[in-house]
Design a protein around this ligand. Structure first.
Ligand code: T3D
Length: 262
């Protein structure tokens, strides 16, 4: 059977490729399980610094597979609760608390739940032809996979609501201008540029990077005093690290640092 997720290593970057191109990499329960398993393995693998999530073919992913059998409740009504509880919510929680850096590389459209899965990654980069779309209202659903939590925080509640209610696609360049996407690369160069970007991140100080993620995430629920206290605690830990000593030494010796993540 063809695997629905391909996993390969490029140095310290784990490239996870959603691999259902005939269905625009739409998510099934099988794809969810494969992605959770691969993310868990990468989290444990000391050689992996960055996970790059991308799609095979012309899309990043078209969201939930709308042809998959849907569960029903005791009264025989379609019940969307179980797939969210089993698949989407754990994936979003996993990405939010993930110990390594995650990059969503949007080779093409990221639609519905897959837009929100991409937004749950740390950094998004996109091919010029890619777009994001909260397409849920087109099928009379509400945005899930954390979309109603993250998008208002990123673009403000009014803009988030308009994007959700209109289902307007957000072209890559516009998404960059809105701050959703960090960089846009030409389609022809996208795979190489996205990997180069992830590889550069992978050479960074892993411990400080992980604590930066932790601090930024905590800031969403913290007041200033709590955040300053957290920064002080994390900065002390950063100061104890080998990487900090290496960073200082490299600066004084006018050379590039060689971080080890310790
Ligand atoms: O069920 C639950 O648990 C609820 C949770 C829902 C979460 C969600 O993600 S809701 C949003 C679901 N996604 C969508 O509504 C998007 C559906 N797809 C599209 O609107 C279009 O495919 C695109 C705009 C993304 C791309 O259009 P286009 O014209 O470039 O491609 P296409 O011809 O529509 O699609 C190509 C093939 O992929 C086609 O298969 P075929 O006919 O060649 O055999 C199409 O059916 C298939 N495909 C695309 N999206 C999905 C899909 N198959 C299953 N599920 C999909 N989401």
């Amino acid at each position: 059977m063809t695997p629905v997720l391909e996993s390969r290593r490029e140095g310290a970057v784990a490239v996870l490729t959603l691999a259902r191109p005939d269905k625009l990499n739409a998510f099934t329960a099988e794809l969810h399980a494969a992605l959770r398993e691969a993310l868990a393995a990468c989290a444990e693998d000391e050689g992996v610094r960055v996970v790059l999530l991308t799609g095979q073919g012309r899309a990043f992913s078209a969201g939930q597979d709308l042809t998959e059998d849907l569960p029903r409740d005791e009264e025989g009504r379609i019940d969307l609760g179980p797939p969210l509880a089993r698949d989407y919510n754990p994936l979003i929680e996993m990405l939010a608390g993930y110990p390594k850096l995650t990059v969503a590389a949007l080779n093409g459209p990221a639609v519905g739940a897959s837009m929100n899965i991409a937004l749950a990654c740390d950094i998004l980069v996109a091919a010029r032809s890619a777009y994001l779309q909260e397409a849920f209202a087109r099928i009379a659903l509400i945005p899930d996979a954390g979309g109603t939590w993250i998008l208002p925080r990123l673009v403000g509640p009014k803009r988030a609501l308009a994007l959700m209610l209109t289902c307007d696609p957000i072209p890559a360049e516009e998404a960059r201008a809105m701050g959703l996407v960090h960089a846009v690369y030409e389609d022809a160069d996208f795979a190489r540029e996205a990997l180069d970007f992830a590889s550069r991140l992978a050479q960074g100080p892993a411990l400080a990077q992980a604590m930066t993620k932790q601090a930024v995430r905590a800031s969403l629920g913290n007041d200033l005093a709590s955040q300053l206290a957290l920064e002080a605690e994390l900065q002390r830990r950063a100061g104890f690290s080998d990487d900090f000593h290496e960073g200082i030494a490299a600066f004084r010796e006018k050379r590039a640092p060689r971080f080890t993540g310790r």
